[in-house]
Design a protein. Structure first.
Length: 249
């Protein structure tokens, strides 16, 4: 039986898209710290298939979060190592709630995970598009903020004890909030940001059990410093995911 308070995440970090996604995965880490989860953070060079196998065996988490470049049927880790693949090892996600911040994995891999006994899947069935601002520093890029905060809101709500559908709806609501904001903005990039926000909102999907959740009761939102977002949780030698083309092509 998977452990509800064990949380394993895998976040590749080797180029601009994965560095941004890894940084914002820190939102989930922050929430997990406050809610006192046992966290296994497979980040950067630790985002490998071998490390993930070890972590799943040792921790048997109910919730898995993966961040990396992706394709229809694969999730990749550091330097695009294939971590999860349809018709190969999707059974690793059996009896788990899965969130993949990874392009297009919802199209085939997500359903394969559910077919293999996964409980619920939240992710994207098309490429994740976003707008970036030079000098490409995630912590100060107010263009990218709206995309990643909205997407990762689902993982935060899952960790707080909300159901899969409530977590999914929280992300959609956050996208809608930013869509209103940028529709009123005079920023020269506003129209592109708005276009990409609409795309990402409309291509986020939920598969499996909508009422699945990690905790028996919803926990209050934490009051903590934003500096925790980029925190590197002590690594326990474990592994990754694929997320190809976070940037608009």
């Amino acid at each position: 039986m998977p452990e509800a308070k064990n949380f394993v995440l895998l976040r590749a970090e080797y180029d601009i898209p994965t560095s941004y996604s890894s940084y914002y995965a820190g939102l989930a880490v922050r929430e997990a710290l406050v809610q006192k989860y046992d966290i296994t953070d497979l980040r950067a060079q630790n985002a490998t298939k071998e490390s993930l196998a070890l972590a799943l065996d040792a921790k048997n988490p109910l919730f898995f979060l993966g961040s990396g470049h992706g394709k229809l049927d694969t999730l990749g880790g550091q330097n695009e190592e294939v971590i999860l693949q349809k018709n190969y090892n999707e059974s690793w996600m059996q009896d788990r709630i899965v969130f993949l911040m990874s392009c297009s994995t919802g199209k085939e891999l997500g359903q394969a995970i559910i077919d293999a006994g996964g409980i619920a899947f939240i992710g994207y069935d098309e490429d994740f598009w976003w707008t970036i601002k030079s000098p490409f520093i995630p912590a100060t890029d107010n263009y990218a903020q709206c995309f990643f905060e909205s997407a990762f809101k689902a993982s935060v709500y899952l960790l707080r004890g909300y159901t899969a559908i409530e977590a999914f709806d929280a992300s959609i609501a956050d996208f809608n909030k930013w869509i209103v904001y940028w529709s009123l903005s005079k920023d020269p990039a506003a129209s592109l940001i708005l276009e990409n926000l609409l795309w990402d909102r409309d291509n986020m999907i939920l598969l499996g059990e909508k009422t699945a959740k990690l905790l028996s009761a919803v926990q209050p939102a934490p009051v903590v410093s934003n500096s925790v977002i980029g925190l590197v949780v002590p690594l326990i030698g474990i592994a990754g995911i694929i997320l190809k083309g976070l940037e608009k092509k």
